[in-house]
Design a protein around this ligand. Structure first.
Ligand code: ATP
Ligand code: MG
Ligand code: MG
Length: 549
């Protein structure tokens, strides 16, 4: 493979290492907030952070950014761990921002002592009113010039639980006229008498993201703190805290987030879909979450490959979900065993085949993988084929079955259609064929050339299954164009269930996590709802891109 050029963050790291910065070390972190399941956008960040450490001999920490007690849950922590591991990455350390609540409290005291932080009694509304606008400077709060002693006393009493929620905040004393709104005396701490999933009721004040993130990076000696573009306006504040506290100088770098077509990615919106029952849980295979993609049959390597292909840039764009599907198709084409399943069955009686006879056909598993061997598929006098593979009046280039036409049954014989039966409604109920005994696959001496090969299952041996076909979650390409109205654009065909599908008997032994190609029909995998008596398969992706552009 040809050498890939470095992305801009890899270039920065290369330069830093060359210059001997940070003692020639690189440490990154992946910092999810445990308020939902990870999605494909997070996968981009995971691949980038862990990929950098892998490439340059560094380390990556998994840090749960759990500063918001109200929305965070242990269920999410567990799912995040499982998803990162499944993607193929292992973290050096597992940390929680809440582990640093004592450090952060100390940092706040230090800034108060330096005259760089103050307790403000203003309401949220009053604070907002004094903030000014991007074109107009803000004004000082009446509490801005409290003495250091008073601030220390009040902050300690905030910590001790003397005040109700919202009564006071701690703010950094920076510059109410700064053109960057984030530097207009940003909040550091708010009062929240809430139970935290790890620290319980120990705290009733919680740090804001900006006051927690950089210092947590610094405590862990993170060298390259990578986040999405919208945080570039926060960087001066990130640097300000680190500089004033004189702690390890972590640096923040921003890259363009992944936006994917025909879906939503914000956890808040995904949670709405789950809570309102529009989808069946976080791992509903239509969701863009890692757990949904896994359930749908996506592989870690396809997702990593997708992240590699989309690259790392400094400009936002919209990636077509077709690229993600291309990546899984490419992977499964190489690795998935081929099997036969008939979605819309039509009975075929092979009139010259002995009644009661069963032949074991050896059918190759994967022509793309010579190691994959073959399996046994039973063949008998009555089989099922797809309805669409028979036409009463066949056009010229129809290389399947019609009166007098011949076709090869995959891995078995050539058959010729002699007759068909219709019911009173004119529906074709079965067709009658004869087989060519010398045409058995692998030992064909018939000399007959047929253009078409179709899949089939033996009527006496087939298993019944339900299959679930998935398509785009939204009918709108760019969900950012519809904002909170996204639920009005759910694709009504995003899930189609087909019952009474007939699958070859080998699929009775299908395992969760194994991918199959149902030949001519797409890639499928067993769903977790499946039981030995009621098989359920998910379609991972179609064989070809069928989405009308
Ligand atoms: P959401 O808006 O979906 O809730 P978030 O950014 O609030 O996302 P976090 O749990 O805070 O979610 O994200 C953890 C990390 O993943 C952050 O570093 C964040 O920048 C990154 N990340 C989140 N969404 C994307 C995305 N769409 N593309 C790339 N990186 C992302
Ligand atoms: Mg976040
Ligand atoms: Mg968020």
């Amino acid at each position: 493979e040809k050498e890939k050029s470095l992305n801009f963050i890899e270039e920065i790291v290369t330069e830093d290492l060359k210059a001997g910065k940070n003692g020639g070390k690189i440490v990154t972190r992946f910092p999810p907030e445990p308020n939902g399941y990870l999605h494909i956008g997070h996968a981009k960040s995971i691949c980038l952070n862990f990929g950098l450490a892998d490439k340059f001999g560094g380390e990556t920490n998994l840090r749960f950014d759990d500063t918001n007690p109200v929305t965070e849950e242990t269920e999410y922590v567990d799912s995040i761990r499982a998803d990162v591991r499944w993607l193929g990455f292992e973290w050096e350390n597992e940390f929680y921002t809440s582990d640093y609540f004592d450090n952060l409290y100390e940092f706040a005291i230090q800034l108060i002592k330096k005259g760089l932080a103050y307790v403000d009694d203003s309401s949220a509304e009053e604070i907002a009113n004094l903030k000014g606008s991007p074109t107009q400077p803000g004004s000082d709060s009446p509490f801005r010039n409290r003495s250091i002693e008073e601030n220390l006393d009040l902050f300690q009493r905030m910590h001790a639980g003397e005040f109700p929620d919202g009564a006071k905040v701690l703010r950094a004393k920076i510059d109410m006229a700064n053109p960057n709104m984030h530097l207009r005396d940003p909040l550091m701490y708010r009062i929240k008498h809430a139970h935290h999933h790890r620290t319980g009721d120990k705290w009733c004040i919680y740090p804001m993201y900006d006051f927690a993130h950089g210092q947590s990076d610094s405590i862990e000696s993170i060298t390259h703190s990578i986040c999405t573009l919208e945080f570039d306006v926060h960087r001066p504040l990130y640097d300000w805290y680190i500089e004033k506290l004189e702690i390890f100088p972590s640096h923040q770098y921003e890259f363009a987030r992944l936006n994917l077509s025909h879906t939503v990615m914000s956890k808040r919106k995904l949670l709405q879909l789950v809570q309102e029952g529009i989808v069946n849980g976080w791992d509903d295979p239509r969701m863009p979450t890692i757990s949904a993609l896994r359930r749908r049959g996506f592989t870690p390597s396809a997702i990593r490959n997708f992240c590699e292909r989309i690259g790392v840039a400094k400009r936002d764009n919209l990636i077509d979900v077709g690229l993600l599907e291309f990546c899984i198709r490419e992977d499964l084409n190489k690795t998935a065993d081929r099997v036969m399943a008939v979605l819309d069955p039509l009975k075929v009686v092979i009139t010259n085949y002995p009644e009661g006879q069963v032949e074991e056909m050896h059918v190759e598993n994967n022509p793309e993988d010579k190691e994959s061997g073959s399996r046994i598929v039973p063949f008998s006098r009555e089989i099922f084929i797809e309805k669409e593979d028979f036409m009463e009046v066949a056009p010229k280039k129809f290389f399947r079955l019609g009166p007098g036409l011949m076709v090869r049954l995959k891995g078995a014989y050539i058959i010729k259609c002699d007759d068909f039966v219709k019911d009173e409604n004119g529906e074709i109920t079965e067709i009658h064929c004869s087989y060519i005994p010398e045409s058995r696959s692998g030992s064909d001496t018939s000399g007959i050339n047929v253009k078409g090969t179709i899949h089939w299952v033996s009527a006496a041996h087939a298993e019944k299954a339900e299959i679930r076909l998935y398509d785009r979650l939204l009918i709108v390409e760019d969900s950012s164009s519809v904002g909170n109205d996204f639920k009005k654009f759910i694709n009504p065909e995003s899930l189609i269930v087909i019952r009474d599908v007939l699958v070859e008997p080998s699929l009775k032994e299908a395992d969760l996590g194994t991918n199959y190609q149902f030949i001519r029909k797409g890639y499928f995998c067993l769903d977790k709802d499946s039981t030995p008596d009621a098989l359920v398969f998910n379609r991972t992706v179609t064989l070809k891109d069928t989405w009308a552009k």
